[in-house]
Design a protein around this ligand. Structure first.
Ligand code: UD1
Length: 387
């Protein structure tokens, strides 16, 4: 790393995997509008590398090319986390950053927080305090540890603050700012690609859109649903039954697609009412979700996006770290309860289902709030250090 090309004091903004990009895009723009703040530098760890999980979303969201890409790629959790740490440490030495911003709960989030905190650099964690209370999820471990390491914790819902308090984190480190994911959604909603266009471009028949029940959108990628052959077979069986209630459009993560093939389940998905697409771009997903009768998912972000869009969401998990989407939004936790999922889908088709309301501060201005807070916090911290 050439020191001369790295202005000292930069804010290092870390992304690693798909759900990070929707959060970082509005924040990066907002940081640039604060003249008091040092320049942000975008660091991609390379955890996700497929063009459909990466370049496509960068373009949709107007994210600039990363200033640095560590190119770590896939691996076991230990290998991936370690590779990110090895790659990130020299950046801290080269940039001497004033702060490192991490978002969400992926392996890259924890790895960079750990490196920065041990080098004495302040970590700001966006989307702090969410808890599923399920340590079998790798993301839960990433969340708990990142929050312990962070100097600043920006939260999306009030329950997060109670979780942090319980874990001994001082109130003054926590700021309730709203939801960056929803900043992106509100900004790009008008540019969403119509579902008919997405289907015909993928070579799928847009006939499903003419069905009187409308259609459902499916995404599944959690290890608990897709890595175990029995669990994945159950999911596929559920989708088969659901497709008799309404046609389904499934946008599959590469790991889900690979596991369906390797567990010999592909033929069970073959149906005219079950359209399987590769991972979709951000604007395609927005168009599909906005037009859907319901969404079936195990994603964290989609639980929030459907709540903001007012589209009923059935989440195929036993718990959620985003309780506000259930309490106030359109989300219902259904696990892999086959009979209940079919019954709820029938109910949604018949009645329109749960409409919910948009949670507090999910108003498109979270990035602005974080940038304004940092613009006051960083100089105050620097002044204290020199006192
Ligand atoms: C990661 C996050 C998860 C997030 C998800 C969004 C962790 C622990 N998990 O899960 O929280 O919801 O991203 O998509 O950080 N793969 C590809 N192409 C890629 C990247 C991955 O084919 O560009 C395949 C590889 O087989 C890889 C597997 O997906 O081994 C898992 O990738 P990984 O980044 O470890 O986790 P995700 O399942 O994508």
């Amino acid at each position: 790393m050439d020191r001369a090309s790295c202005p000292p004091g930069a804010i290092l903004c870390v992304v690693g995997a798909r759900p990070n990009y929707m959060k970082m895009a509005p924040l990066l723009r907002a940081l640039r509008t604060q003249p008091e703040l040092p320049a942000p530098v975008l660091v991609h760890t390379g955890q996700h590398y497929d063009p459909m999980l990466n370049e496509r979303l960068f373009a949709d969201l107007g994210l600039p090319r990363p200033d640095v890409n560590l190119g770590v790629g896939s691996g076991t959790h230990a290998v991936q986390t370690a590779e990110v740490m090895r790659g990130f440490e020299p950046l801290i030495e080269a940039y001497q950053p004033s702060c490192v911003i991490v978002v969400g709960d992926v392996n890259s989030t924890l790895a960079c927080s750990l490196v920065a905190a041990k080098k004495g650099v302040a970590v700001a964690h966006v989307e702090a305090g969410l808890r599923s209370f399920d340590r079998s999820m790798p993301e839960e471990i990433n969340r708990v540890l990142t929050d312990q390491l962070a100097a600043l914790l920006y939260t999306t819902e009030r329950s997060a603050h109670y979780n942090l308090k319980r874990e001994g984190i001082a109130d003054e480190r926590v700021q309730f700012v709203g939801n960056l994911m929803i900043d992106s959604l509100l900004e790009h909603r008008a540019r969403a690609i119509p579902a008919a266009q997405t289907l015909s471009l993928s070579g799928a028949s847009p006939d499903v859109l003419a069905s009187p029940e409308g259609f459902g959108v499916v995404t599944l990628h959690r290890p608990s649903n897709v890595d175990d052959p029995v669990a994945l077979a159950e999911c596929v069986q559920i989708l088969r039954s659901l497709s008799e209630v309404l046609p389904l459009v499934c946008a599959l993560h590469p790991r889900t697609e690979a596991n369906i093939a390797s567990f010999g389940l592909a033929s069970r998905l073959a149906s005219e009412r079950l359209i399987v697409l590769p991972p979709q771009g951000y604007l395609e997903m927005l168009g599909l979700m906005s037009a859907a009768t319901l969404v079936i998912t195990d994603s964290g972000g989609i639980q929030e996006e459907t709540t903001a869009l007012g589209v009923p969401c059935l989440t195929m998990r036993e718990n959620t770290e985003r309780p506000i989407t259930v309490e106030q939004g359109t989300n219902i936790l259904v696990g892999r309860d086959h009979a209940r999922i079919v019954r709820l889908a029938e109910e949604i088709v018949a009645t329109g289902g749960k409409r919910g309301r948009v949670p507090e501060l999910w108003d498109g201005r979270a990035a602005e709030r974080i940038a304004a807070h940092l613009a006051a916090w960083l100089p105050a911290r620097a002044a204290l250090a020199h006192a």
